[in-house]
Design a binder for this molecule. Structure first.
Ligand code: FAD
Length: 384
């Protein structure tokens, strides 16, 4: 009798959920599909900014992972503690599994503790912090709001700028905008640098038109929580009343310990197949690192995690069925850029291209905004 093949997917974020779904549909009857995550629920981060301004409730942006069991996916709620690529095993706090194929979709881990005082502000990328931030914003009537990108790389290059635009609109609707100074601080030269100079300049102009201060090429060194001051490596200081931050990102600790990642814990992969140097071990989404021809890394975003998941699932299906592999990841991408007042822009292009502009942007309009809202609902319906 033929032994059943096992595919293990680590992480049930955007990439992991899509991989598990596609595999369950195509080879679920012949292979075991195991999806492991430490969280019981999948939370959809692109909706966090709407949570911040009170346009979503926490229950709108998450789904229980147990719903995936009806599709034949074995869902394990546990922390992954060890990956052994030589023995082809994965340990969690309470179990051990063997695999034939492994898909690592553990995302990026956030380390606010790496910058002294940073945690005195609100982590814009944390579900729990965003819920608390919403309450603080409701009481905020005047003063300085600082949105700080603490280091590179960070996921969703657009999100800090979208947060600034949404806050501009939020306070304008409350007729408080004139009392509030909004500023974005970043080590980048321009917003969204991997999307190309054209888009970076467009966003910079939009910030200027909306009276949002933009401080590029600044590196946060420390936050003096008691006196509400940001200290940059240039020794310049900035006073704030409310701090929203993007924490330092690195690869998951378990990846570093397994020796799969580079010095920052992100996993180098083949840019077309997403396979690591170990056969049948793949890394997708925020967990991997792919260098573009510009020398910059492929940005970390849900659209990439999703597209890479579909490719990896297809490759594994072909290998299980002994068929010729057809799909590759081609670097094409599109994303919405929310600009507040129920409008969004739409950027699209191919990040694997060598020619400029890498991406083009359609002007902010109500149509793109409504498309984004529909996409969010569709995504959570389609995969659960
Ligand atoms: C505020 C915000 C707005 C965003 N907006 C957009 C957007 O509009 N468009 C877009 O494309 N992207 C957006 N993103 C980025 C997007 O959410 C991420 O790039 C995407 O979720 C990455 O998918 P992933 O599957 O690689 O990792 P994740 O979705 O981060 O999933 C990783 C999973 O691994 C689990 N995990 C980690 N370590 C362990 C462990 N040791 N054991 C068990 N489980 C573990 C985690 O619990 C998590 O569920 C946004 C992100 C944020 C924070």
């Amino acid at each position: 009798m033929k032994t059943q093949l096992t595919v293990i997917i680590l992480g049930a974020g955007i990439g992991g959920v899509v991989t598990a779904n596609v595999l369950a549909k195509k080879v679920g009857k012949t292979a075991r599909i195991i999806l492991i995550d430490k969280q019981k629920n999948h939370v959809f981060p692109p909706a966090f900014l709407h949570l911040m301004v009170g346009e979503r409730k926490p229950q709108d942006v998450q789904k229980p992972l147990s719903l995936l069991k009806k599709k034949g996916i074995e869902v394990i709620t546990d922390e992954v503690t060890k990956i052994n690529h030589k023995e082809k095993t994965v340990k969690t706090a309470h179990h051990q599994f063997s695999y034939n194929y492994l898909v690592i979709a553990l995302g990026a881990q956030m380390f606010p503790e790496n910058i002294v005082g940073l945690s005195t502000g609100y982590n814009l990328y944390s579900f729990e912090d965003v819920e608390k931030l919403k309450v603080s914003l409701e009481k905020f009537t005047k003063g300085k709001i600082a949105i700080v990108i603490s280091s590179l790389p960070f996921k969703c290059p657009a999100a800090p700028y979208e947060a600034a635009f949404l806050l501009d609109a939020y306070f304008a609707k409350k007729n408080l905008r004139q009392n509030i100074e909004l500023s974005v601080f970043t080590p980048e030269l321009l917003p969204m640098p991997s999307a190309g100079q054209h888009i970076g300049n467009l966003i910079k102009e939009m910030l200027q038109k909306r009276s949002i201060n933009f401080y590029p090429q600044v590196k946060l060194q420390e936050v003096l929580g008691k006196t509400h001051k940001l200290v940059f490596s240039s020794r310049e200081k900035y006073d704030f009343n409310l701090l929203l931050f993007i924490p330092p990102h690195q690869g998951a600790t378990v990846i570093k310990e397994a020796g799969l990642g580079n010095e920052t814990g992100f996993i180098p992969v083949d840019k077309y197949t997403l396979e690591t140097i170990y056969p049948n071990v793949f890394a997708i989404g925020d967990a991997n690192i792919i260098l573009l021809s510009s020398g910059k890394p492929l940005p970390k975003a849900g659209v990439f995690a999703h597209a890479q998941a579909e490719v990896v699932a297809d490759i594994i299906v072909c290998r299980i069925k002994d068929k010729k592999e057809a799909k590759i990841y081609d670097g094409k991408s599109s994303c919405f850029l929310e600009t507040g007042f129920d409008k969004a822009g739409f950027a699209s292009g191919n990040l694997y291209t060598e020619s400029a502009p890498v991406m083009k942007m359609r002007n902010p309009s109500k149509i793109w905004y409504l498309s984004k809202m529909k996409f969010e609902k569709y995504w959570l319906w389609k995969w659960f």
